[in-house]
Ligand binder design. Structure first.
Ligand SMILES: [Cu+2]
Length: 715
């Protein structure tokens, strides 16, 4: 039986490639081989095969023999003989496909670039300044700016949005329709990106325009109530559309995706300024798609003037952590109840103090418990913000880092301080689970204005050009490192951003502490278009090319298997013991925040083989959508600290609404075949790895569907 199974599996590989669109004589041989088998066995074989190649067009193609076998086309007995078994096979394959929506994805390849590790590289100038930045697909990054006199134009006015194609670094302007100045953003559970709020229509110098409905030099209608939607695509055609639903007026709102894939929109003000004030405060939250009007939040109401862009995270408990000015609370948005937690120590972390923040990796080891890291910012008491004696760019930023585990305790814990004081610092997850701290300044805060003491218009000075890396698993006192890290040449001040790319580099762009487009040799902090990539230490390594990644992950549900060949394991199967399967949502980068950024490790066990290949048996997401809300994310397989190129996957149903929760599958215990352990002489081919790829669940489904297919065609 084992021998037959191995033979079948070995035969599947060429037909899989054949079906995937690679014409190949082996495929024809396979069909004849199938025909020679007893039908149930053949059907079983194809069903198993189809799990790896389930695409809708393919399903149509496969149903053809079914139709033909019952049609007058089968006039020759030989055709009947050939088509009947094929029909049984195909029908069962289709049924298998229908019951198993998780398309197996092609293995990711290698990055298309080479970089100098631990260094920045200028890769080009963006069309608009990257006030807001996010990854839409593996190859497309989206830029959103405020309305200003950018030289790039679209539809007869300056552009304030654009798309960057990572395949060839080409770009195109996009039309964001209304003024996106300091909007918030995040992604819905169905993959649509949402960009909410902004500012009034403006004219030259960022001053309010005479018309709030368009026209004038910038043709930018008032964006304060706008809900803009984008469905990213690789065809160069997608663009922003306005939702017919409007939010309340919000400048500086935060967006957080909820367990059902909908959005909560929190806070902001009505017309702008360095900090908020009672006349224009909007201390409320609402939902998109809409669920009634805005609800007043106690903590947002009590934290003027530094309550803009409140820091929020959906927690595994289903509550939302809300951090604003010096206060902290848990919000149960289902009941509107808010529970105060301890005040923030050391520094204000929200805008304009603008600390770096990140939820640390969620893992089985920490039982999916969320701990939030806050680093930097500035120690500014409420009365100081508007004091005439506050000379902002001369005021030093903080080095303080603290953590909070809000589902467990309302008290903050001191963590290793930053190597340098820093405001406007982005904390960006690398696939290794380490965190890059990049951008920002030692002095001052976010914001700009025409004050005599401003640096140009900038409220910050003394840029920090050298990044730092935080290792959450390092012992206390050793978590931050700047070893070997080269500085950038570009100050990244207010309105800069950073985002992890699927190839594991980090894109860094923007910086614009100016009321309007402002460049020139005498401008210390100009409107910045220069765009950099930062290359981590693993960047030039040969990347793992895992096979068997699936396109959609459920909350609970069956295991899936990932194959790693000898090259993926660096020629030594014992490296499988140091492997992570990681889901990263990069989030929406703006104002030193990454709205929605999350890092989660999937549980797995492994089977290591003597030919230096291995299979990872991987659990789906834990059965709780509040741990990672539904929507698109990237999966990386990290071997010995070297990540694969990230592959885009859908978390959850791909639809808004209550997410299906499935039972959690049992993980087999890890095993290592006798004699395995890294002998080069035992290097195995890819065939060996493929033949190992199976889980009990897949085999069971195939068997059932094969029987059903056979019964339906009466064979
Ligand atoms: Cu801003």
């Amino acid at each position: 039986m084992i021998r037959i199974r191995n033979q079948m599996e070995a035969e599947m590989r060429p037909i899989r490639e054949f079906l995937a669109g690679i014409p190949d004589l082996d495929g024809m041989i396979y069909v004849w081989w199938l025909h020679s088998l007893p039908s149930p066995l053949a059907a079983f074989s194809v069903s198993r095969l189809l799990i790896a190649t389930t695409h809708t067009p393919l399903l149509l193609f496969l149903t053809l023999p079914v139709a033909l076998s019952f049609s007058s086309f089968s006039f020759l007995p030989v055709m009947q003989d050939l088509l009947r078994p094929l029909a049984a096979l195909c029908l069962s394959a289709v049924l298998t496909g229908v019951t198993n929506a998780q398309t197996v994805l092609p293995a990711p390849g290698q990055p298309t670039r080479k970089g100098t590790i631990n260094s920045f590289e200028l890769i080009g100038n963006s069309l608009v300044s990257a006030q807001q930045l996010f990854v839409g697909t593996k190859d497309r990054v989206y830029f959103v700016d405020k309305v200003e006199n950018n030289p790039t134009r679209i539809a007869g006015h300056p552009a304030w949005a654009s798309e960057w194609n990572l395949e060839d670094d080409s770009q195109r302007p996009m039309d964001a329709i209304t003024n996106t100045f300091c909007a918030g953003g995040n992604v819905l559970g169905n993959g649509t990106w949402v960009n909410v709020g902004g500012n009034q229509a403006v004219t030259y110098g960022g001053d309010a325009a005479a018309s709030q409905t368009g026209g004038g030099p910038y043709d930018d209608p008032d964006g304060r109530k706008s809900i803009r939607l984008l469905n990213p695509s690789d065809d160069g055609k997608c663009d922003w559309v306005l939702s017919p639903d409007e939010s309340d007026q919000r400048w500086y709102p935060t967006l957080e995706t909820l367990e059902d894939g909908s959005m909560i929109i929190l806070g902001g003000c009505r017309w702008g300024g360095y900090v908020n004030d009672a006349n224009q405060d909007n201390p409320t939250y609402e939902f998109f798609p809409p669920k009634g009007g805005p609800v007043t939040s106690t903590i947002l109401s009590n934290t003027l003037p530094a309550n803009l862009f409140p820091l929020t995270w959906l927690l595994p408990s289903g509550k939302i952590l809300l951090q604003s000015n010096w206060a902290t609370a848990l919000l149960d948005y289902h009941t509107t109840e808010e529970t105060p937690l301890d005040n923030m120590p050391d520094a204000v972390r929200v805008y304009p103090a603008s600390a770096g923040t990140a939820m640390l990796p969620l893992t089985a080891a920490n039982n999916w418990t969320a701990t939030i890291l806050f680093c930097g910012g500035s120690n500014i008491q409420p009365k100081r913000w508007k004091s005439p004696s506050f000379i902002v760019p001369t005021y030093g930023a903080s080095t303080s880092c603290v953590t909070l585990t809000p589902d467990v305790s309302g008290s903050y814990t001191q963590d290793d301080p930053l190597p340098e004081p820093r405001t406007m610092v982005n904390l960006i997850f690398l696939p290794t689970g380490k965190i890059l701290a990049v951008n920002g300044a030692r002095m001052g805060t976010a914001g700009y204005g025409n004050d005599s003491w401003a640096i140009g218009q900038s409220y910050a000075d003394d840029p920090v050009l050298t990044p730092a890396i935080y290792d959450p698993n390092a012992p206390s006192g050793q978590r931050w490192s700047q070893d070997g890290l080269q500085p950038s040449t570009v100050p990244r001040m207010y309105h800069s951003s950073a985002i992890l790319l699927p190839d594991g580099s980090v894109m860094i762009s923007g910086s614009n502490p100016n009321s309007d487009y402002n460049v020139g040799p005498n401008i210390k902090y100009p409107t910045e278009y220069r765009t950099e990539l930062w290359y981590p230490s693993y960047y030039n390594e040969r990347r793992p090319q895992p096979q068997g990644l699936i396109s959609q992950l459920s909350y609970g549900g069956p295991l899936f298997d990932i194959q790693l060949d000898s090259d993926d394991l660096f020629g030594n199967v014992s490296n499988v013991e140091n492997t992570r399967v990681v889901i990263i949502r990069m989030g929406f980068s703006t104002h030193a925040m990454s709205m929605g950024q999350r890092y989660l490790e999937l549980e797995h066990s492994y089977s290591g083989y003597a030919n230096n290949t291995a299979t990872l048996h991987v659990r789906q997401l834990p059965p709780n959508p509040a741990i990672l809300a539904p929507g698109p994310a990237f999966i990386f397989v990290v071997v010995n600290g070297v990540p694969s190129v990230g592959v885009q996957v859908m978390i959850g149903s791909g639809k808004l609404g209550k997410q299906p929760i499935l039972s959690v599958a049992d993980l087999p215990s890890s095993s290592m075949e006798q004699g395995a352990g890294g002998s080069e002489a035992l290097r195995g081919g890819a065939l060996g790895t493929y033949a190992r790829g199976s889980s009990a669940w897949h085999w069971t489904v195939c068997t059932c569907m094969a029987l059903l297919g056979g019964m339906i065609v009466g064979w």
